[in-house]
Write a protein that binds this ligand. Structure first.
Ligand SMILES: Cc1cc2nc3c(=O)[nH]c(=O)nc-3n(C[C@H](O)[C@H](O)[C@H](O)COP(=O)(O)O)c2cc1C
Ligand code: SF4
Length: 440
């Protein structure tokens, strides 16, 4: 949040006293005038007027020092990503693609930022644009978010009228455009290189990497792809300092983060807290506990593609890269799906595999065929027609998919299969044993 705060450094342990900075509780903050009244665009003005202190390289160093990691799923260090952009070559345009495609099941946090604090996103984009000397940013918003697209377009219009974007921003020599691009309606459009294809007006087929977008991005020009929430952190880092940001949550994965809580909890929703929250605190305290007092069975900590954890695997586990890796999962988008004791894990996996089969772009054989096969096999098991041999075939299919395709969608489809079968094998075996082919 651009306004002054009581927060010093906040460790996840102090989460009860945490003051929200991404989604502060300020009435009508989505409006340009209200945002400015509460200190909005102060960080942008600072970097564009104190151009020595905030030379582009210094902004990148500050983002590196803050420890900010991408909030789009992979958790890549943001400052490092910005430093991959090649030196400015006059006459060669440079771009940002800001990723607001948000189609991962269980993930709905960028939408909250767009609705309640859109100018934090615009300010973050413009600070990143200064740091990387960007000519234009394409803000790619999920096509189904029609209301939020209209809302963002309206607020962006205000920004142009006020001279805070476009030519000679705030009367300085710096010019940079923002263009809102409506998403093409598929999960794959959120993969960074297919997003670039989509902006270029083509079918959203992921590109083979290398070359990475920093070398060859939009129209073959240097491009950085960042998630909406990632860029919204930039004004906070400039206003309050990299040290402040680095002091929130765990050292290797710090900062404020939007947790999306869904499933069998009493109070589903988006909650802003430091990284490194105990999973048990998020479920019991933040989201109001299990719905109807049921027992917890499993969680998926960061969007549908990260490995599922059994209830007995989450004791003492915190929401950050290191702790989740040790526990056998990943932070992903911090969108946590919570499942109670009545959940049928075969049905859960059936739903997930259906999604990935539907969303595969079909470019690579292991993904196009593999997602179809795994959906068919899990469906067969769920419908009482599976055999124990099918479980081994499913795991073999995962081996054939992981790490063998153009993009990570195939991995994202294989991991839930592998982990759900391994971690809930008795449920899968029970369905196979009851099946009409139990002797097979
Ligand atoms: C199939 C697929 C879908 C993805 N969808 C999104 C998305 O909707 N939003 C997003 O920010 N990142 C998404 N990602 C991750 C992006 O490829 C990329 O890592 C991210 O936008 C980088 O931003 P960050 O470094 O700020 O996290 C997706 C990746 C894959 C493989
Ligand atoms: S892995 Fe799947 S989604 Fe990704 S490019 Fe290949 S076919 Fe398309």
């Amino acid at each position: 949040m651009p306004s002054p705060s009581r927060n010093g450094s906040t460790k996840a342990g102090d989460w009860r006293t945490y003051e929200r900075v991404l989604l502060p509780s300020i009435r009508n903050l989505h409006r340009f005038d209200v945002y400015v009244k509460h200190g909005g665009y102060k960080a942008l003005r600072a970097v564009l007027t104190h151009t020595k202190k905030w030379a582009p390289g210094n902004v990148i160093e500050a983002v590196k020092a803050s420890g900010l990691r991408g909030r789009g799923g992979a958790g890549f260090p943001t400052g490092l990503k910005w430093s991959f952009m090649p030196p400015v070559d006059p006459g060669t345009p440079r771009y940002i693609a800001c990723n607001g495609d948000e189609s991962e099941p269980g993930t709905f946090k960028d939408r909250q930022l767009m609705e309640y604090n859109p100018h934090l996103i615009f300010e973050g984009i413009l600070i990143a644009a200064w740091a990387m000397q960007i000519d234009a940013t394409y803000l790619y918003i999920r096509g189904e978010y029609a209301d939020w697209i209209r809302h963002m377009e309206y607020e962006l219009g205000k920004l142009y009228t006020e001279g805070y974007v476009g030519q000679r921003i705030m009367g300085t020599d710096f010019s940079s455009e923002i263009i809102i691009h409506k998403g093409a309606g598929a999960y794959i459009c959120g993969e960074e290189t297919s997003l670039l294809e989509s902006v270029e007006g083509k079918r959203a087929y992921p590109r083979i990497k290398p070359p990475f977008p920093a070398q060859k991005g939009l129209w073959g020009r240097p491009t950085t792809v960042n998630n909406v929430e990632t860029l919204a952190c930039a004004p906070l880092i400039i206003n309050r300092g990299a040290e402040w940001f680095a002091g929130i949550g765990p050292e290797k994965h710090p900062g404020p983060v939007l947790y999306g809580m869904s499933g069998h909890v009493e109070r589903p929703g988006v909650y802003e807290y430091p990284t490194g929250m105990l999973i048990t605190d998020l479920i019991e305290e933040v989201a109001g506990g299990m719905r109807g007092g049921k027992k917890l069975k499993a969680i998926v900590p960061g969007g549908a593609s990260v490995p599922v954890l059994r209830a007995d695997m989450i004791d003492g586990v915190t929401m950050d890269t290191e702790s989740l890796r040790e526990a056998g999962s990943m932070m992903g988008t911090a969108g946590m799906l919570v499942m109670d004791e009545d959940t049928d894990m075969v049905k859960f996996l059936r739903r997930v595999t259906r999604f990935y089969h539907h969303e595969s772009c079909g470019q690579c054989t292991p993904c196009r065929e593999g997602t179809g096969w795994i959906e068919n096999l899990v469906t067969r098991i769920d419908e009482g027609e599976g055999t124990l041999r099918d479980l081994d075939i499913l795991l073999e299919l995962c081996d054939q998919m992981e790490g063998r395709t153009v993009c990570a969608l195939a991995d994202a489809a294989a991991w839930p299969v592998r982990n759900t079968i391994q971690r809930f094998r008795e449920e899968f075996e029970a369905k196979c044993r009851q099946s009409i082919y139990a002797m097979a």
